[in-house]
Design a protein around this ligand. Structure first.
Ligand SMILES: [Cu+2]
Length: 251
């Protein structure tokens, strides 16, 4: 009797192990192939507002040395925009706040995304777009610039663009893409390609607003090129505003 019970147990284990294996491989496949974002009609969506601020003494602003094409680029050395902190509000400009892994929501708006090269500075310093967006890369100056993308997941490019010229590039895969100009080594910018349309770049007071979010619980993250990433969570209620504040501490 004891022998037959043991056999039954072994049989049961064998079955459960098989189930476990098949279940595991299924999950792994799902995780490897991320569920694409689904566009739906959002009614009674909520709003997420808040700020990205710096706690501590504001570090000295880095100065970029202008040593080429001064008639266009200017004779004064420029302030770096790699870390822009408002002295009063301590708000950090050019941080990107975005919802992580939201499965479905509003349609990605077809806004004309533009990254300009003006007086030998990229404008804006940080641009965020939904995956699948085209970006017009302009040269508003009268000197030759270059557009060098340090993409890994999207096709990389390294092309010159003459004064008044334009290149249009499409970014299909979520990635943080650094853009530089090889002609003027002080020039840099970032294009942050987002998997969904729920993102915002902070303004000069470090403030942001993300609208029309379906009610639910989400992971939310802030990214800043020098300070890195900060994660948080948010519960969005229908037609209500929820505040999320990110604080970066001085290291
Ligand atoms: Cu340039």
């Amino acid at each position: 009797m004891a022998k037959s019970l043991r056999l039954m147990l072994i049989g049961g284990m064998a079955i459960s192990v098989l189930c476990g294996v098949s279940g595991l491989s299924h999950t792994t496949m799902a995780a490897g192939k991320k569920t694409p974002y689904k566009e739906i009609e959002v009614s009674d969506g909520g709003t997420i507002t808040g700020s990205v601020t710096f706690d501590g003494d504001v570090p000295e602003v880095k100065i970029l040395r202008i040593d080429k094409d001064e008639q266009t680029c200017g004779h004064d050395n420029k302030q770096s925009e790699q870390l822009v902190i408002n002295e009063g509000s301590k708000g950090i400009q050019y941080a990107v706040v975005s919802l992580v892994d939201i499965p479905a929501g509003k349609k990605a708006e077809a806004t004309a995304a533009v990254l300009d090269q003006k007086e030998c500075v990229f404008v804006p310093h940080v641009l965020a777009v939904s995956a699948g967006s085209s970006v017009d890369l302009l040269n508003s100056d009268d000197v030759m610039h270059n557009l060098h993308s340090w993409s890994i997941r999207n096709p990389a490019f390294n092309e010159g663009v003459s004064g008044g010229g334009k290149l249009t590039k499409k970014f299909d895969i979520p990635e943080i893409v650094k853009i530089t100009c090889d002609v003027h080594k002080w020039m840099s910018a970032f294009i942050k390609v987002e998997p969904n349309p729920y993102f915002a770049v902070t303004d000069e007071n470090g403030r942001f607003k993300i609208e029309n979010v379906p009610a639910g619980s989400y992971k939310i993250a802030a990214w800043q090129e020098k300070l890195g990433k900060k994660k948080s969570e948010v519960v969005v209620k229908p037609n209500e505003e929820t505040v999320v504040d990110f604080v970066y501490e001085k290291k």
